[in-house]
Structure formats: structure tokens, C-alpha cells
Design a protein around this ligand. Sequence first.
Ligand code: GUN
Length: 288
Amino acid sequence: MPEPVQTQVFDGMALANELRRQLAEEIEDLTKAGKRPPCLAVVLVGDDPASRSYIKGKQRACSRIGMDAVEHMLPASTSQDELLALLADMNADDAIDGILVQLPLPDAIDPTVIAEAIDPAKDADALHPMTAGRLVSGKYDIASCTPLGVLACLDHHRIPLEGANAVVVGRSQIVGKPVSLLLQLRNATVTMCHSRTRDLETICRSADVLVVAAGRPRMVGADWVKPGAAVIDVGVTEVDGKLVGDVDFDAVQGVAGLITPSRRGIGPMTITMLLRNTLHAYRTRKGL
Ligand code: GUN
């Protein structure tokens, strides 16, 4: 039996609060200097309860740091052209600095078309292909919020990334792909895995840093984790009315060196990075 490891549990709320305090101070400095606060526009199409609750959380986070938020709650029957018209208005509106269109969208709306219609200068959620391309080029200001939150968590715990074996499970546009690029830019050796990967368990067990964003509840058990590894759980799936991560938290405690819980873990960091991206977009567009 391997020796049990003292596992650190990431407190996402504590780090998020610390970072949000810094963002609030920056906004206060700007408003004291006579500038208006930055403004995030959030768009929800349809009435998915989970999406509605995410949107409310984002708005609350904005108001707590002195950032303005405007919301557009559109019916599920909204057409793609109607949404494109709204985006064109928001792109042209100088009072809006960041635009977030909550995903998933109804089937009648193509998310790729919508992502391409967001002005890259206001792309706080990093959905536009130009924003993604800048990350590929290695010269980026704004990147997807959850991946930025993952990196902030790893840095907070001083997890060495240079030369580390990083394994990412999941290849989504908003998590798997960008987090792989961010880790590679920090000189980790990154293996990207997905639903067709052979012998996933062995690959995961080779990881110094394991990021799981597969949407498969409790997929990663103790046998999948190298003792002392940093295990970042991004998955959230509702099972019997409870939110469950992709990592079997109880089993992996005592094996991992660092673990993120599915509640108050990476989630609060995602919202924090959305606020950070919006402030950054505002400063860049206004030359502040
Ligand atoms: N739905 C779930 N997570 C996200 C996210 O990070 N951005 C957007 N736009 N929609 C989401």
C-alpha cells in the first residue's frame, strides 16, 4: 500500500474573493478618476434553470465589485437573426465592454455563427475564433474563463508546470482545448485525452497535473491518480438532484497532493476570470 498523502483541498471561494477584491479596487480607482465602471452584457436564450442560475451568479459578482451588468433574457423561440441583430447593437454600443452569450443555445441557433458575431474587442468569454487563435499564437490578453481559473489555482498552490506531465481529459472549445494550450505555454508536456482515448486510466496515472473536464460523474478514482498529483475537477453533472464532479473526491483524497472540490472549487474562479476579462477588454478598448 502506498503511503497516504496529505491532500490540500483548493478553496476556490477564498481565492476568488481575494482576486475580486483586487478587481474592485481597480474599478474604484477608475471611477474615482472620473471614468465610468466597466459593463458586462449577458445574454440568455431560453429558460434553462441551470443557465439562469449561472447568469444570476455572474450578475451578482459584477455588482459586488462595482461593475455594471445588463441582461437580455430572450425566449427560446428567438431566431438566430434576432440574436445576431442584438449582438450587432451591443457591438456598436460604446457603453458595453464585455459580451457573454450563455451556452448552450437552442438547437435552431448555431453557436459558431454567434461566436463569430461577437466583437473580439468585447469577447470577455473568449468564444470568438480570433480570441482562440491569439491563444494558439501564444500572444493573448483574454482567454476562456475556466482555463484561466485553473491556471490561477495551480499558480496559487505553486504547482510546478515547467516540464511537468499534464493530462487534460476533455477537448471542448471552452475548457479542454484552451487549458491544454495554456499549460503548454507554461512548458508542461500536455497529453489531451477524450472519449476515444485508449487506456485512459494509465495515461491519467502518469499525470503530475490532471485536469478533468469530461462530464462523466466520478470517472476518476484513486487508481487513476499518481500519488501527490494536482487534480483539477472541472466537471459538473447533476445526478439525482446533486451536482457531481468528474473526480471521485472522497476516493482521491489521500492520494492527490491537491484536489479541487466540485462546489466552491473551480466554479468561483470561472466567474472571477470573466470579471477580469471584462475589465481587461474595457481598459484595452478605452486605452486605460
Ligand atoms: N455555459 C457553461 N459554461 C459556460 C461558459 O463558460 N460560457 C458560456 N458562454 N456558457 C457557458
